[in-house]
Design a protein. Sequence first.
Length: 495
Amino acid sequence: MSNISMHSVAGTGGHQNRRHATYAAIVDELSNTPQQPELYSRVQYQFLARYLSAAPTYSPYPQNADPVHVQGRARQITDAFIHVVVHTFLGGNQLRRHDFNLKDGLKRLVEHPQLEPHSDQIVFVRGSLSPAWIEALGTKYKIDPEFFRRHLRYMRGWDYSDLPSLPSANTNIMTLVLPSLYNWSNPISLGQIRKFREKDSEVARRNQTSIARDKACGETVIRRFSTLNDRLFSVEHEISIFRRSRRTDGSQIVVVLLDNGLEMNQENGPPCFNRQDSTPSGASTDITPIPVIVPRPPTLNINVVHPAVPIHYDPVSRNSIGHVASLLPFYLGTSTNQPPAASSNQPSTAPSNPPSTAPSTPPDVFALICEVFRLVAGSECQFLNQLRCIVQDQELDPADKENMNLATNTLRHIKSLLEDHKQCLKQNIAFLKTRCSADLNAGSPPAASSSTQTQRTQSPDDLTSILIDFKELLTRAEDISAFCTETADLILNGD
């Protein structure tokens, strides 16, 4: 975790009056230059502070609270829709789900009861974040501002040359890259491929600029758009994960931010998917997603009844971009040793069954979100397979100079993509190594003293299995990168 956290402001002597300060006010104070800037600079929080200052302030405190301690005016809950799903792992191997999927979701989330003792909670947030939602989430779950700073780097408001930091500095923050593949119904001409690639960065930039300008929430964030060949393109999203343990009982909270917004359920996806200059006159450009095949875990019964998905999130037509990441919030828990989650569209105010209070050593909460890691691994595997196929399809003896230039351009483009993916995989591997114990024994039975919470994981070796997958993906990416170099050498220099 970063050196600055919510506790650094709210819990120190002489600053007790800040306990009622809003999240925006706390971040603003964190962004101020300290008296000894050479020891620790806080300038990296200035952009986040400016972004949050655009949001009216919501106060969750009683009306009789000291007005000096409440910053700003009460927020009118007018923010647009965003999608939040909260999973609570209770004692006795119970899993509950609450969907905040209405226009008053912001107000309802703030009013949702706090986590019960000896329970764990997974919070999925889908789409871009408005300042009001950042403040609500940050206040409710005491999120380290560093987490939002990293997730919002697409806002381009500051120099992010410090990212990523060393693994030991962020053991509670993780970023995963989720590539997905799509086909255009109308292929572009071979002569347009290089032209399109030169404009790929503009697709992502226009998307990000629009979100930043409107401070919109629930929109799809495009981190990278890549033209791979005349029919195929890829889109990269991110999954940002934050973990916090409560000091009182060791309960763990994980917040998962998904870049997939509501447009991913609309016909042909977000507007940026439509490349007007590739569409013949009078023709429509349909987008067909290539589904990600995630292997079925051995603990999942093939006949399992999946949790219900709200009907207004189902694809509206056969052409909808129903990426599997859009369903992650609903399907969490279907591959663990537990019954499907009970769903509720209203925050529960009634007390739940009392969880077991037996002393236990909580499992790593990251093992509760194995579906997230498996989806990313499956998506990356599919992405790398497609890249290898494209490299294999390049002619070693092009008919003319134009075809040779296109082939070498394709190989350079793919190699550049692979370099970025290799770096991301290395960062993920370094992070997972900090979570995996060296003495984990696959298939070993859980200790008797940890019966309640350990049952919520598939096995004590889940994270190690995921680590092995990520290492294999890194090896494949390195092999394909070397394959690109060899193929380019054969094209340019012959046999």
